[in-house]
Design a protein around this ligand. Sequence first.
Ligand code: NDP
Length: 398
Amino acid sequence: MKILCILYDDPTNGMPKNYPLSELPKIEKYPDGMTLPSPKNKDFKPGELLGCVSGELGLRRFLEDAGHSLVVTSDKDGADCEADRELVDADIVISQPFFPYYLTRERIKSAPRLKMAITAGIGSDHVDLDAAIEHKIDVVEVTYCNSRSVAEHIVMMILSLVRDYHHQHYIVNSGGWNIADAVSRSYDVEGMHIGTVAAGRIGLDTLRKLKPFDVHLHYFDRHRLSPDIEKELNLTFHNTVESMLKVCDVITINCPLHPETENLFDDKMIAKMKNGAYIVNTARGKICNKDAIANALESGKLAGYAGDVWFPQPAPNDHIWRHMPNHGMTPHTSGTSLSAQARYAAGVREILECFFEGQPIRDEYLIVQDGALAGMGAHSYSKGSTTSGSEEAARFQK
Ligand code: NDP
């Protein structure tokens, strides 16, 4: 079989010769008891860069020894890109949300042999799920592999926005010492009301990690958490996003992108927020309207916005979020720490092993199977496509 793998570019100066840590901490299980990815074997050292082209997700030896061919590229956007050329006879395509190969309807149509799209990470919104359903292409992802990595990033971003870390760091780097400048937008989070849109794996872990900061915790989700968890975290449940926005100083967005959540935070929704609130969005860029966010930062309606997700990715060089005031954006990194890479590379290998051996793929990993939403997908997604506009990714210039 032919496996096409789209990964982000290598580091500018080549692959690292060494890494800050010689080994990763051992993690036995996820908090709800789900086991970590468990392939029969691994051909990589956890802690090394695996998500870039030369890292190859540690898959080459395994695939070639089994007689398959592997093509790895980062050339994924624009007319006649290498990924499009290779897709036409590919059986399996692997892509990461950080550097997504947007599997639009047109691309799916161009790939008559395609059987499976694997997301090396979580969030399969870069695949036109309707088209995948129609063409009987299975879509799978490595559920939980980086949920806790993202929750750590969210806590970091909430603290750095509210305390205004970025500005203070900039003052030091530029040789300054004006403390009044450095603290004129800096607050404590203690006592604030913080709410999450969705309390799935990331949302719930974020709530747990925030509890020791003595804040008031809120959530909105389609399904309610158990009374035990609500009690443990002293949570306030809201049955609409609007009801939560009215009372929260900080909102963190943790739902998947699907037609129900696309453009959820538009001008109208933001107008319902408290004045001077903060948003941290590590879910997907398209959940927030880009102009509405930039305008709200300009006017002061929002005191800050941070996140690592954009639309499209890579974000065009003139994307308005690169230049708006009081933002703390990073490129899409929260789920691709070296620690997370080791887990999702192992998860992809587990999925491929199951596929080649005709064994069932874990239910938790399934988004689409046999022409219908399945497993996790049936629980958390709605039908449709959120890939429109993705061709703009070709405007990014290195
Ligand atoms: P989970 O599936 O564990 O949680 C998703 C939650 O979103 C579920 O509780 C689901 O609710 C809820 N949800 C779905 N639709 C809605 C809606 N319309 N309104 C409110 N809640 C909704 O996934 P994770 O927490 O692991 O990941 C969530 C998302 O975060 C991913 O889909 C991905 O987009 C993003 N992500 C980003 C990463 C990054 O690197 N920045 C890495 C990993 C994920 P219910 O189940 O009750 O229906």
